[in-house]
Design a protein around this ligand. Structure first.
Ligand SMILES: CC(C)(COP(=O)(O)OP(=O)(O)OC[C@H]1O[C@@H](n2cnc3c(N)ncnc32)[C@H](O)[C@@H]1OP(=O)(O)O)[C@@H](O)C(=O)NCCC(=O)NCCS
Length: 327
């Protein structure tokens, strides 16, 4: 469920562009969402080809960027190797109409750039979840809202879920638990791959082992196991500040916690184990002075979507996908 927010790294161009489009980078959050940042989290990626359409006081601005990673990069587990993103800013009552023009321009650009019918090429349009402008236009271009970055403010109250089964114990995973953590993560990876963004690479086990072995060796516990009388049945992976600096620009608070993974084995689901692990994460975040927790999840996932929203999360950014990018 975690994913990178990495983009093309072009420091030189980045600085020049920042000045040039200073006003474009300021998000108008007033009408949409108080938890959105006031400056555009994608601003450092403005460096690609851009289009702008205005009608009266409505405007659509889009910038196309391309990011590519290698198949042996751990981020390759969560995405296509090549992502073509359209970064947008829409405003005004006719924003959708303006956006339709920008999308048409981007399609032309994409068809010259992306090979056809290649599963490793995805087209992605991130949108503030509470700003519905442009949704119909995206659907017309065969995009679907597939991934969400969800947020839970620290003071959010959630109704209690199912009572945890007696005998369940939550404990930090240790280096000796590496095989267990890899096995549980693999099951999550296989489940999540059904929704089309998580990609099962031939080296998936090696990549997970490498990442988890590093996490298990770091001082602060970030990997937790739920056990029933000693039998592991749930896994939680979390990140604390400053390790969440990669994702914190996407929300309007300073101290951010990130839930990187939560998995409960199928036979143990719906008996409170997931809720107990989530409550544990929130408790640790509270102790660390976290102001908001973030996580990515696949919208069509029938277990995670209702679960997270019952835990007090709600959508902040919605990622519209088309994969392959060009048919
Ligand atoms: C999502 C997942 C971790 C939940 O674990 P779980 O142990 O089943 O969770 P719980 O038993 O605590 O809660 C599940 C049920 O209680 C409900 N629930 C949980 N908290 C609730 C609350 N505060 N109020 C009301 N209902 C609540 C859930 O909606 C769900 O309902 P259901 O059984 O009718 O479907 C588990 O289903 C799973 O591993 N899924 C596959 C992997 C996955 O998708 N992981 C998350 C990736 S983002």
């Amino acid at each position: 469920m975690s994913q990178s927010e990495s983009g093309p790294d072009r420091p030189g161009k980045r600085l020049r562009k920042r000045e040039a489009i200073a006003t474009e980078q300021t998000l108008d959050t007033s009408g949409t969402d108080s938890l959105l940042p006031t400056s555009d989290p994608f601003a450092d990626r403005y460096g690609g080809t851009g289009w702008r359409r205005e009608t009266g006081d409505s405007v659509a601005h889009g910038v196309a960027v391309r990011s590519e990673i290698a198949a042996n990069d751990s981020d390759s587990l969560w995405r296509a190797l090549v992502e073509h993103r359209l970064l947008t800013r829409l405003a005004g009552p006719l924003a959708g109409e303006c956006f339709a023009d920008v999308l048409a321009q981007w399609e032309e650009h994409l068809s010259a750039l992306a090979p056809r019918s290649d599963w490793e090429q995805a087209a992605v349009v991130p949108r503030p979840s509470r700003d519905p402008a442009g949704s119909a236009e995206l659907l017309r271009h065969a995009f679907a809202p597939v991934r969400v970055l969800a947020v839970r403010p620290a003071d959010r109250l959630a109704a209690p879920g199912p009572a945890t089964q007696p005998g369940v114990r939550i404990r930090p995973a240790e280096p000796a638990d590496l095989d267990t953590a890899v096995a549980l993560s693999l099951r999550l990876q296989r489940y999540d791959a059904q929704f089309g963004l998580v990609t099962l690479r031939p080296n998936v086990e090696g990549l997970l082992r490498e990442a988890l072995s590093e996490e298990l060796r770091c001082g602060e516990p970030t990997v937790w196991l739920a056990e029933l009388y000693g039998r592991p049945l749930g896994l939680l992976r979390i990140q604390f500040p400053p390790g969440t600096a990669w994702i914190s620009p996407f929300v309007a608070v300073d101290r951010v916690g990130y839930v990187a993974s939560l998995h409960v084995d199928e036979a143990a689901r719906s008996s409170g184990v997931g809720g107990a692990l989530a409550a544990h994460a929130h408790q640790l975040f509270d102790e660390a002075g976290v102001e908001a927790a973030l996580l990515h999840h696949a919208l069509p996932n029938p277990t995670s979507t209702p679960f997270w929203y019952a835990q007090g999360y709600r959508p902040l950014w919605t990622y519209w996908y088309r994969r392959p990018a060009v048919r």
